[in-house]
Each structure stands twice: as C-alpha cells, then as structure tokens.
Design a protein around this ligand. Structure first.
Ligand code: EPZ
Length: 435
C-alpha cells in the first residue's frame, strides 16, 4: 500500500484544473446501462472508484473504451482524461458481484437501471464503511413503489419486475433527510416506467441534476430535478448520447481549503462556484478571500483564521464530504470552532489522526469541538476513508516537519492525480510506493 511523504510549510501558489465529479460520474456510468447505442462521456476522472464502476458495467454487458487524454490545460499541470465511450452489447447479465460491491458502495447505482432495462437485478448488499452504516432501505422502498419485488439471498439483494415498472407519486426521504444515490436510482428506474412518477423529498445535489440532464439527452422526460420534487414521465426507450460530467465540487472545495490552510493563492479552473455557496459562506466567515470569474475560483487567505460553527446538511447546505477538510483548517483557528455532522454522525475518524499532529479536537456525539492551536506537527498518520485522508493531506501541507500518510489508496478513490496537482503549485509531496 502506497504512502505520501509531505514536508509542510510551502505556501501553495498557482493554477489547478478541477476534474470531473466522481459522485456524478459513478451513477451516470450506471445509468448508461439503460441506453440503446453508444454514449460518450467527457470529463470522467481517472480514479480507482471509476475503474471499479467501469469493471462492473463491463461485467454487465457494456463495452467501455477510454480515448487518449488531450493536452494539459496549462503549464506543468497534469493532463486529465480523454472521453469515455460506453455501449451496451449484452443484456443478459444482471449480477453485481460482491468483490466489486464490497470495494465501492456506489455499485448500488446499478439497481434501478438493471430493473428498468432488464427486469432483474442481483446486487450484493453494500457493507458498512469507515463513515458508518450505509443502508439502502430507501433505494429498495422507492423501487418497490414502482412495482419491483425484492428478496435477500446469500447476502444479495435480488430484485425482479413482472412486466414493466409503473410510475406513482412517492415520498423518498429518510430519517437523515434525502438520499442522493437513492434519488438517482429511483429516477433512473422511473425514466423507463409506465406513466408519471413524482419523487417527493428528492435529493437536490448537483450530481442528481447532472444525471437527470444525461437521462433527458437520452430521451427521458424529467422536470424539477434540483428541487425536492422531481416529475418523470416514463418513455419506451433511451438512446446513447454525449455528455460532459460536472466539475467535482468536493475536489474544488478541498483545494480552496488547501489555499487557505497554507496561506497561499490558488486559481482553481473548470469549477462551478454555484455548487459551493454554503462552503464559500463558511470560508468567508473564516476570513478566506474568494473571487469567482466564469469557471475560475481565486482563493487566498491571510494567516489569522476566525472560528466558525458549521453543521453538515443536504444540498445546498454545507456538504458532509467537506466536513473533515474544514476541520483541518479550523485546527489553526483563532479560538474554539464547532462542527456538527448531521448526515453521517460517525464521520470523525480523522479526529484521532489530526490530534496526533497536535490538534486539540474533542468529540461529543455528532459534534466536534476544535480548540485552535498555533501550529501542527508532522507525524506518521493513517488514512481511513476518502475525505478523512484529504483532511490529513491538508494538515500535512501546513504542519511543521514531515508527515507520512499510509494507505493512500483511500485518496486514490476520489482525487485524480492529487500529488501531481499539488506539486505543480509548490507542495513538497511525494508518493512512496509499497516495496
Ligand atoms: C452520496 O452517498 C455520496 N456518494 C457520498 O459521498 C455523500 O457523502 C452522500 O451522498 C451525502 O451527500 C456518492 O455519490 C457516490 P445518501 P449516498 O444516501 O447517496 C441515509 C464521498 O466521500 N440513508 O445521500 O450513499 C444515510 O445513511 C462519498 O464521495 C438511509 O438511511 O448517501 C445517510 O445518513 C461518501 N437509507 C443519509 O441517508 C438509504 O437507503 C444520506 O445518505 C440511503 C441513505
């Protein structure tokens, strides 16, 4: 397993190109299972989770081809990826195998498309993960309301449809609010169902909107995506199309915090600042300077960081996927900050590792109290989940001395070429390959 060696102290300065969104590309790749003919996707990031989803839809009868990358946008930044062609060539397969699902919970995204397009789906029940339980009861309940029948068999969810799914009006929310992938799963299935489906309590995340836009280009009839009420008029078939994945708002937010924590100045290109309003609101309160111009976000900060309170919420609130990264920044705040995690209450594995670097964070249930310190110190730390690992990278960039972060495969799941992107703006970071 690879590690990162990071020597803290460099102020980051320069340009970073934001990659396409992992959390949009994953469900969109699954939705391509419903298309007749070829779909070409642009701005699909090259990540291990994307490779897993490509392998999964490959086993489900899709031919996937990645074109060569175009030249890099600017300077010595790494070249990002070429377009991805997906074509369904065999509709007999309906099983998402455990050894793929266990590595990537987003495999659950194939459930709705398979039921709608093939009438059957066998998906291993996704286990828990480092950020807590990951139930799929809302996915199943929504698909049941469209007429699918489910049973569990040897750790698998087995879903079947007699005839065609039928649209209806349903409530899709859960105890912790809307479900992003659950909304997308049911929206995909409803696109090929008979009649109208109304999803009340739908998730409003940009990734839901992006998948709806893809489905509409394929011939689906969808309105209200991006609001808590989505209306879908079922159609007979969906055709291949071309689509560009939206920028990764979580990667962008992570690099905005990298500029702030290193007292640097970053020009983040190909980003969508509208997707980061709540994040900009909190960073503004911290004292981070941000300017947006078309698709670029200029972010810088002066050393003094104010304290803030933040509670994670469904979109457009502050995203849970940037909670750990904001916590890393607030470790150097000028006083006491408070973070409350409402989406995944156990999502605090980064607290122990940040404290090993000299932070002073105390957990009280779903809340973390962060007492700002003058400086962090390099230390050997362990990555535990994707976003906690990003928080450790941010802390290491500003810590005195050297930090070794083990198990960086967690980072490779969601941050494309992160060490190249950071090195190109002055970070002292290297990947140490496992012997
Ligand atoms: C998506 O996961 C993202 N993953 C997560 O990002 C993100 O943290 C999450 O949305 C919330 O924004 C992808 O898009 C691949 P949810 P998802 O269903 O859809 C509960 C990352 O780091 N719930 O919106 O699986 C659930 O336990 C990842 O990139 C149920 O109770 O999350 C949670 O408390 C981590 N029953 C809340 O809803 C269900 O059937 C929101 O989860 C489904 C969810």
């Amino acid at each position: 397993m690879d590690s990162f060696l990071i020597r803290g102290g460099s102020r980051l300065k320069g340009k970073i190109e934001i990659s396409g969104s992992k959390n949009s590309a994953l469900p969109i790749l699954a939705a391509c299972l419903m298309g007749e003919g070829k779909t070409t996707l642009h701005s699909v990031p090259r990540l291990s989770d994307i490779d897993s989803m490509i392998k999964l839809i490959g086993e489900l009868g899709c031919h996937v081809y990645r074109h060569d990358a175009p030249s890099a946008v600017s300077g010595d930044a790494p070249a990002l990826n070429g377009p991805l062609d997906i074509e369904v060539t065999d509709k007999k397969q309906c099983e998402a195998r455990y050894d793929i699902v266990k590595t990537m919970r987003a495999s659950i995204c194939v459930l709705g498309p398979l039921l709608a397009a093939r009438g059957k789906a066998i998906v291993s029940i996704p286990g828990g993960c480092a950020i807590g339980d990951r139930p799929v009861d809302l996915h199943v309940r929504g698909l049941q309301k469209l007429g699918a029948e489910f049973r569990t068999e040897n750790g698998n969810i087995v879903g079947e449809v007699k005839g065609r799914l039928k649209g209806c009006r349903m409530y899709l929310g859960g105890a912790q609010g809307p479900t992003v992938l659950g909304t997308i799963n049911v929206m995909c299935a409803a696109a090929l169902a008979e009649g109208e489906t109304v999803l009340v309590g739908a998730a409003c995340e940009p990734e839901v909107v992006d998948c709806a836009e893809l489905l509409i280009k394929m011939g689906a009839k969808i309105k209200g995506h991006g609001t808590p009420e989505i209306r879908i008029e079922g159609v007979e078939k969906l055709s291949g199309t071309q689509h560009r994945i939206i920028p990764d708002r979580i990667e962008c937010g992570t690099f905005m915090i990298a500029a702030a924590i290193t007292n640097g100045e970053l020009e983040l290109k190909q980003c969508n600042a509208d997707h980061l309003i709540a994040v900009s609101d909190r960073l503004d309160e911290v004292g981070v300077k941000m300017e947006r111009e078309n698709g670029t976000m200029y972010t810088s900060s002066v050393r003094r960081l104010n304290t803030v309170e933040m509670t994670t919420q469904p979109y457009p609130g502050f995203p849970t996927d940037l909670q750990a990264q904001l916590m890393a920044l607030l470790c150097l705040g000028d006083g006491i900050s408070v973070i409350t995690e409402r989406i995944f209450p156990d999502r605090f594995l980064h607290v122990g590792e940040l404290n090993r670097m000299g932070a002073r964070i105390r957990k009280e249930g779903p809340t973390a109290i962060i007492q700002g310190v003058k400086e962090l110190h390099g230390a050997p730390v362990m990555a535990s989940d994707l976003r906690a690992s990003a928080a450790l990278v941010l802390a290491a960039l500003v810590a005195k001395g050297t930090t070794r972060i083990d198990r960086v495969y967690h980072i490779d799941r969601g941050y494309e070429k992160i060490e190249q992107k950071l090195r190109a703006v002055g970070a002292d970071i290297e990947r140490v390959k496992e012997k």
